[in-house]
Design a protein around this ligand. Structure first.
Ligand SMILES: Nc1ncnc2c1ncn2[C@@H]1O[C@H](COP(=O)(O)OP(=O)(O)OP(=O)(O)O)[C@@H](O)[C@H]1O
Ligand SMILES: [Mg+2]
Length: 301
């Protein structure tokens, strides 16, 4: 399922002293099976954009097509002026089928622990499928499967989600979304607060979910993650997209990196030093330490 943004703008607190433009003229297509990383300085609009992906936030203007769902707030004109009455009606109209849209695009927030609320892990994961009309038995079946996908075995089923570690809580929150069998999984800074091992396991889990056919759209400040896992990087600057390309293209652009205060992945910095010393590495083949080792090996042959 692809997601298309056309000239999307979003302003918080319109008309109040705290009014803040958070997205400016965003046009982008998230392709059918994508792994896209949203990056950019704090306050650049990443979380705001992510929340548009399943209509948690509706655009102030512009159009978003999520599969066959259309959210259209493009301006209507009458006698050469914006027709405010028509716009008001358009905004008020409830998005049809918003529930089934939320089934197709699942969001895991920055602090997923706030998403958990049932007394046991199993009940928490079953909540979504039951809410979408599955019987108790069917809901159990998809929940067992989802918990298996996130590597939580049956010893977790009856535990309280609130007694788990941060990493485990995140897994439960993801299982709750996977149990709905979504086309797209959206994650807002998924690795914040995890230790090195927890982060690695968690990213491998996300990679697995992606390779089973679910699109991944996430925001992150972790450039090693972007290089290793993402197929596309979307760089935001003050609510605008300034680059949408492969991570390698971004990491070659020293000026953009500097402007957005992004650190080049260590593995690419190391590769740059080796290239300066005369090793003809092809950086396009480098994503992490093993691929760097392979590239060095290729050059020495
Ligand atoms: N609920 C809100 N009300 C008013 N302004 C908001 C709200 N949420 C975000 N903003 C503002 O909108 C802009 C974009 O915020 P957003 O949270 O999307 O940034 P971000 O890129 O996710 O930042 P971070 O990396 O810190 O998570 C910021 O200037 C922020 O202050
Ligand atoms: Mg954010």
């Amino acid at each position: 399922m692809s997601i298309k943004f056309e000239k999307v703008n979003y302003t918080y607190d319109i008309g109040l002293p705290s009014e803040k433009v958070a997205l400016r003229d965003i046009s982008h297509i998230f392709s059918d099976h994508c792994f896209t990383a949203l990056i950019g300085k704090t306050g650049s609009g990443k979380s705001t954009l992510l929340q548009h992906l399943n209509a948690l936030i509706l655009p102030t203007s512009g159009k978003i097509s999520i599969g066959s769902y259309i959210i259209d707030f493009s301006l209507e004109y009458k006698d050469g002026k914006v027709d405010e009455r028509k716009m008001k009606r358009k905004r008020k109209k409830k998005l049809k089928d918003i529930k089934s849209l939320r089934k197709k695009v699942g969001i895991v927030f920055q602090f997923p622990e706030y998403q958990l609320f049932e007394e046991t892990v199993l009940k928490d994961v079953m909540f979504g499928p039951k809410n979408f009309g599955k019987s108790e038995e069917e809901a159990k079946k998809v929940s067992y499967e989802a918990l298996k996908q996130v590597d939580l075995d049956s010893s977790y089923y009856e535990r309280s989600p609130f007694e788990l570690s941060g990493g485990e809580k995140r897994r439960v929150a993801i299982a709750g979304i996977l149990a709905l069998e979504p086309d797209v999984l959206v994650l807002d800074e998924p690795t914040v607060g995890l230790d090195a091992d927890g982060e690695k396991n968690f990213l491998n889990l996300i990679k697995d979910i992606y390779s089973r056919g679910t699109s991944i759209i996430l925001s992150t400040h972790n450039m090693d993650l972007v290089l290793k896992y993402a197929e596309n990087a979307l760089l935001l600057e003050d609510g605008k997209i300034v680059l949408a390309d492969r991570p390698h293209v971004l990491f070659k652009n020293e000026e953009l990196l500097k402007r957005s205060v992004l650190r080049k992945p260590k593995v690419l910095e190391f590769a740059d030093e080796l290239i300066k010393k005369g090793l003809p590495l092809n950086v396009e083949n480098i994503f992490d330490i093993p691929s760097l080792a392979k590239e060095i090996d290729r050059c020495k042959r």
